[in-house]
Ligand binder design. Structure first.
Ligand SMILES: [Zn+2]
Length: 451
C-alpha cells in the first residue's frame, strides 16, 4: 500500500537523533569552547580525517572533519555568522550518528561513495562575542568577493580545492519569519541560491532545488506548516551565490524558531533530518523524481510575519485622539529587552504570545524623578504602578531595584506621555472593571484587582 510517505528514511535518523545528540549543546548560544572537546572526540575516530584549515582573525583554529572517500564531494559549514549556532550542534550530532550506528537507509558502503567535509563554526570570533560579524567587524557572508577576512579566505580556499558537488551553507534566521503569509513560524527555510541576477536554473541548481524538495518533504512529516522557501534575489557578495557559480549544487538552510523552543532544538533536529535526507536522496538518485514545481510548492519564507507578543485591540490615547489599536512587542534574544514594534491594525501578524487584552485602556505614561539613592521594594513599586507611575527619571545608578520586576529608568521625562513604536515596552492599562495591569518589559503583571 502506498501512503503519502511510502519511503521515509528520515524517520530512523530522527529517532537516532533523539538518542544520540550532544546534550551539552542544548543552549541558547554556542562558542568554540563548547565544541572543542566534541570536535576532538570525533577526530579520534579512525574513519575521520581532522584538519585545522586555518585560524580566525583572533587565532582560534577552524576545523574540518571529513568522512568517506568517495567521488561525490559534499561540503557543509556552519556559524559563518557568529550568533547563528543551531547548525553547529546539528552537524556534530549528524557526524556522531553517522559514525556510531549502522544507517538502515544508507547503502552499507556509503563511505566509499561520498566524501563528506564539515566545517563546524567558521566564525569562532563572532561566536565568542555572539555577533554576526567576525573580529574585524566584517560580515563574512558579504566578503565572498573582497576576501578581506581570514575566515572568508579559508572558506573560499576550501571551495576551490575540494570542488564540492553539493554545498550546504548553514545559518539561523530571526524568529519572526513565517512559512507563507499569516503562516506558522518558519522553523526551517531553504534556498537554492541564484548565481546570476537573471536567476537562471542550470543543472547543479536544479539538483539543489530537487534535493530541497526531498528535504522539505521529510521535514513536513513532522512540521507540515513550518517550512519556508527563502527569497532567491541574487546577492553579489554572498558566499552561497558565488559558490553556486562554481557549479556546486548549493543549498542554504536557515534554522528558525518553533513555539516554546528558545534553544531551537526543533530546528537542530530538523537540520540533521534534512542533511541525512539529502545524503540518501543523492546516493539513491531519489532526488531526480522531484520537479521545480515541488520546490516552488514550499511556501515563501515571509519576513516579519510574526512578533513575540501581541496585545489585540487596546484602547489608546494620543493628544485628544482616542483610538483602538493592536500593539506588538519583540524581545531581544541577547539583551532580553522588550521593545514596541508596531501600533495599529496588526491583524496580519501572528504572535508567539497573546496576553489577555480585552476591555483595557492604556494610561498616559507617568514618571517619577529619582535624584538620590533609593531602594525600590516590591511593594513600593506596586504602589507606584497602581498610581500610574511606570518609569523613573534620573540616573539608574541611584536606583537599587529590590523588587522582582523589571524597571525602566530614563534620563529625561518623556516629551509626550503616549506610547510609540521603538520605545521600551512599559505601560499601564486599566480594565473596565477598575483593575490595573502593568506591562513591564513586555510582560503583563496584575497590579490591582477589580473594584
Ligand atoms: Zn546567517
Amino acid at each position: 500500500m502506498h501512503t503519502a510517505h511510502p519511503h521515509l528514511p528520515a524517520n530512523s535518523i530522527a529517532s537516532m537523533w533523539d538518542e544520540q545528540h550532544f546534550p551539552g549543546l542544548n543552549k541558547p548560544h554556542i562558542r568554540y569552547s563548547d565544541i572543542k572537546h566534541i570536535v576532538a572526540d570525533i577526530a579520534q575516530d579512525k574513519r575521520v580525517q581532522s584538519n585545522v584549515i586555518g585560524y580566525s582573525c583572533a587565532g582560534t583554529p577552524i576545523n574540518r572533519l571529513s568522512v568517506g572517500h568517495g567521488p561525490l564531494v559534499l561540503l557543509a559549514w556552519t556559524q559563518m555568522h557568529g550568533d547563528e549556532p543551531t547548525a553547529t550542534a546539528a552537524v556534530l550530532d549528524w557526524l556522531h550518528i553517522l559514525l556510531s550506528q549502522t544507517q538502515p537507509s544508507l547503502d552499507a558502503n556509503w563511505a566509499s561513495l561520498v566524501t563528506l567535509h564539515i566545517i563546524p563554526m567558521l566564525n569562532p570570533d563572532g561566536a565568542e562575542q555572539r555577533t554576526r560579524v567576525n573580529a574585524q567587524g566584517i560580515d563574512i557572508n558579504r566578503d565572498a568577493k573582497a576576501l578581506q577576512s581570514p575566515e572568508g579566505r579559508i572558506l573560499w580556499e576550501q571551495v576551490t580545492t575540494l570542488k564540492p558537488d553539493v554545498a550546504f551553507n548553514l545559518h539561523d534566521q530571526n524568529p519572526y519569519y513565517t512559512a507563507g503569509e499569516q503562516g506558522e513560524a518558519a522553523t526551517i527555510a531553504f534556498l537554492a541560491p541564484a548565481f546570476h541576477v537573471d536567476k537562471h536554473v542550470d543543472a547543479p541548481r536544479l539538483r539543489a532545488k530537487q534535493l530541497i524538495a526531498c528535504m522539505a518533504d521529510a521535514i513536513r512529516h513532522w512540521l507540515p506548516r513550518h517550512v519556508g522557501r527563502y527569497d532567491d534575489t541574487y546577492s553579489l557578495r554572498s558566499f552561497g551565490d558565488n559558490i553556486a557559480a562554481t557549479g556546486a549544487s548549493t543549498i542554504l538552510i536557515e534554522s528558525g524558531a518553533y513555539p516554546g523552543d528558545p534553544c531551537r532544538q526543533t530546528a537542530r533536529k530538523m537540520n540533521v533530518v534534512a542533511l541525512q535526507t539529502a545524503l540518501e536522496a543523492l546516493l539513491s538518485n531519489q532526488y531526480m523524481k522531484k520537479s521545480l514545481a515541488d520546490y516552488y510548492s514550499i511556501p515563501d519564507n515571509v519576513e516579519d510575519g510574526l512578533v513575540d507578543i501581541k496585545f489585540n485591540q487596546l484602547r489608546l490615547t494620543c493628544f485628544t485622539e482616542e483610538f483602538n489599536a493592536d500593539i506588538s512587542v519583540n524581545v531581544c534574544r541577547k539583551s532580553g529587552e522588550a521593545t514596541i514594534q508596531h501600533i495599529g491594525d496588526l491583524s496580519v501578524q501572528q504572535a508567539f504570545d497573546y496576553p489577555a487584552s480585552s476591555n483595557l485602556r492604556v494610561l498616559p505614561l507617568q514618571g517619577e524623578v529619582v535624584n538620590e539613592p533609593f531602594i525600590l521594594t516590591q511593594q513600593s513599586y506596586l504602589d507606584r504602578l497602581a498610581k500610574g507611575i511606570v518609569y523613573f527619571i534620573g540616573s539608574p545608578d541611584n536606583m537599587t531595584n529590590e523588587s522582582e520586576l523589571p524597571v525602566l529608568c530614563l534620563p529625561d521625562k518623556l516629551e509626550h506621555p503616549w506610547l510609540k513604536a521603538d520605545s521600551p515596552a512599559f505601560w499601564i492599562m486599566q480594565h473596565d472593571n477598575g483593575s490595573t495591569v502593568a506591562v513591564l518589559n513586555g510582560q503583563p503583571i496584575q497590579v490591582t484587582k477589580a473594584c
